[in-house]
Design a protein around this ligand. Structure first.
Ligand code: ADP
Ligand code: MG
Length: 312
């Protein structure tokens, strides 16, 4: 990220204003420049410790540990029903997913104490596997609200939004960049969208909101190979280095332009293995047989969850 006075955090700006003798900000010759504050404000971390999550009285996650640093890309893989979406939904604070033990913190702040709205304002974003349609609300209006809220977390409902002209300009630029038709912004959110359009809508949100951390849940599902490649390119262009990304995927093409530094494998509600990008490649090529055999207890838990699912 380019560092300008305008995008420094408020507390840093305050300290700069206090050093009035400098008319120009010369960071190399200014002893009072608060480098340590700047540093600490740039290295965000989302930390998940011993996370247990239940839906109703059914335990799903059974002790997940994951540290996601700003600037890193992590792939989250695992067979169906292993708990990948549940992890994302618990991070976002979905009310149906009860955290029964463990913690989630963002830069040391207790995320579990925040409402879903507060989590979004704090810079956490999730692209859902099955996003909701909101007939009657246009993409552009929705994005203007969401973007204002994330950029001005203290804004109260009903207070002014980002000025229309400014917002339109930015939206237009981002859509052109993502090779999206302008007409798209005038449609109702996800209403009658094809699978591909829904995913593109999520990527546009990601581009506008510029969250600190994003969970992308199967942004590839239902897309053909070209659409997945475009999604992968778009995510890379938005700048995966400018956020911490957790990419849940079954498709190696989605990782093509976003090679993960870490790959985690979930089975039976636990992360049973962590490796580099070569682990993602192995799983794409050979599937989960090796994993299922290596972790029989987790495999049994996974089967049990699936059996309950079909019993319901
Ligand atoms: P994945 O995304 O890895 O396929 P999920 O997190 O969607 O797995 O699901 C993990 C397990 O939790 C499954 O057995 C699923 O049936 C169960 N589960 C998830 N969400 C719900 C829910 N809302 N109601 C009931 N069971 C759920
Ligand atoms: Mg899922």
């Amino acid at each position: 990220m380019e560092i300008t006075v305008a995008n420094l955090p408020r507390r840093v700006n305050r300290r700069i204003r206090q050093t009035k003798r400098h008319r120009y900000l010369d960071t190399t010759h200014n002893d009072s420049f608060p480098f340590e504050l700047l540093q600490s404000s740039m290295t965000h971390v989302l930390q998940i410790k011993n996370l247990h999550v239940s839906v109703g009285d059914k335990p799903i996650l059974r002790g997940v540990n994951l540290t996601l640093n700003h600037g890193e890309t992590h792939a989250l893989m695992g067979p169906n029903g292993s708990g990948k979406s549940t992890l994302g939904l618990a991070i976002m604070g979905h009310p149906g997913y009860d955290v029964t033990d463990g913690s989630i913190t963002l830069d040391g702040e207790d995320v579990l104490a925040m409402s879903p709205d507060e989590r979004a304002r704090a810079g956490i974003f999730m692209a859902f596997q099955r996003p909701m349609a909101v007939p009657g609300v246009k993409m552009a209006d929705f994005l203007r609200h969401a973007t204002t809220n994330v950029r001005r977390p203290d804004r109260k409902e009903g207070e002014e939004l980002i000025p229309m002209r400014e917002f339109r300009k930015e939206l237009k630029e981002k859509m052109a960049h993502l090779r999206m038709d302008e007409e798209f912004a005038r449609r109702y959110v996800n209403d009658g969208f094809s699978g591909g359009e829904m995913k593109r809508a999520e990527i546009l949100q990601l581009a506008m909101l510029q969250p600190k951390f994003a969970v992308l849940d199967e942004t590839d599902s239902g897309l053909d190979a070209d659409a997945v490649r475009l999604a992968s390119e778009s995510i890379a262009e938005i700048g995966h280095q400018k956020m911490g990304l957790l990419i849940i995927t079954h498709h190696d093409k989605l990782l093509e332009h976003n090679p993960p530094q870490y790959t985690h494998v979930m089975l039976g509600g636990r992360l049973v293995e962590t490796g580099g990008s070569e682990l993602a490649e192995e799983l794409h090529r050979h599937g989960y047989d090796r994993i299922r055999k290596a972790y029989p207890e987790a495999e049994a838990a996974n089967q049990e969850m699936l059996a309950e699912e079909t019993a319901v």
